[in-house]
Ligand binder design. Structure first.
Ligand SMILES: O=P(O)(O)O[C@@H]1C[C@H](O)[C@@H](CO)O1
Length: 306
């Protein structure tokens, strides 16, 4: 079999066709792309002058199947900055090929996006973390990747990026610092952390032994997303910033009565939604781009305005 037949990915031309289909229907030219994690879709609701598409209507797009992921691609402005926002993402456990769940990153790139902000819900492994903490990602552990499940596997199209992309700079350090600066101004320092996110395939939550192992390996939080998207976004040269809302404590102790569940994940999302939205929107306001074509006079520069 030719390797191309084993690659469930989309060609450059297919990605271009989807991006052009979108660009033909919206005037907004986003420099920032946002991905909303489980229960964090409220971020998309903040966009002004929205033009929204249901995923089912977008050529080649997968459908959202998970409660808490609305399944809409929303264009609009956040604090005066042009953005595109995935209100709902795709996960490996939904049964899609890994190239399909990361397709939106290549669409972002072809729409003109330069910076991607990814959010997720995650279980806290670090014993100092509390439910409701927001962890800024400084690095990741890619468990599916260790087993050969990487979205960049298959033939490489150099129009997207190089065969062997570097990942030691996956999470932009200036954006990490910006998050801490903005967080401090908002009074969030007490619940802002920096750590390592570990992705697993899901959908089952982790066993106690698995949580202990991941913690020993250096992970501070565990989840089921984000890393695949970062690999594809970095491959095609977009800057990445990611944060995890710690929605539950990973169970590390055989005496514990705690049981991880999706309802708790969504509930914690609701409790921290407003702070998370303020943090992201104020970061968007301050991100510098080479092509800052969207400074407008209506900029809402008040850090506390919502
Ligand atoms: O899309 P994210 O990573 O926020 O979703 C997390 C992982 C699972 O999809 C789900 C578990 O509750 O939330």
């Amino acid at each position: 079999m030719h390797p191309e037949e084993g690659n469930a990915g989309y060609s450059y031309e297919e990605c271009r066709a989807t991006a052009d289909w979108l660009l033909a229907q919206v005037d907004i030219r986003p420099l920032v792309g946002i991905v909303c994690g489980s229960g964090l879709g409220g971020l998309a609701e903040m966009l002004k002058d929205q033009v929204a598409f249901n995923y089912k209507d977008i050529p080649s797009f997968p459908q959202s199947t998970v409660h808490g992921h609305a399944g809409r691609l929303v264009f609009g402005t956040l604090k005066g900055r042009a953005c595109v926002c995935m209100q709902g993402r795709f996960h490996l456990y939904e049964g899609y090929p890994i190239q399909k769940i990361t397709l939106p990153m290549r669409i972002f790139k072809l729409l003109g996006v330069e910076t991607v902000i990814l959010t997720n819900a995650a279980g806290g492994l670090n014993q100092d973390y509390r439910v409701g903490d927001i962890m800024i990602l400084k690095d990741h552990l890619n468990m599916p990747g260790f087993a050969g499940n990487n979205p960049l596997a298959g033939l490489n199209d150099e129009r997207f990026g190089v065969r062997f992309p570097c990942m030691s700079d996956a999470y932009d350090r200036d954006l990490q610092q910006l998050a801490f600066d903005v967080g401090a101004e908002l009074g969030y320092s007490d619940f802002l952390r920096k750590g390592v996110y570990c992705v697993l395939g899901g959908p089952s939550f982790e066993t106690i032994a698995e949580c202990r192992m991941l913690h020993t390996l250096g992970a501070d939080a565990v989840g089921m997303s984000t890393v695949h998207e970062v690999l594809v976004a970095r491959h095609c040269g977009m800057r990445c910033f990611a944060l995890s809302l710690i929605t539950n404590q990973a169970v590390m102790d055989y005496e514990s009565e705690e049981k991880a569940n999706h309802e708790e994940v969504l509930e914690t999302g609701k409790l921290r939604a407003e702070q998370l939205e303020r943090l992201v929107s104020n970061m968007v306001l301050r991100i510098q781009h080479n092509n800052n074509n969207n400074n407008n006079e209506d900029d809402d520069n008040d850090i506390n305005s919502y």
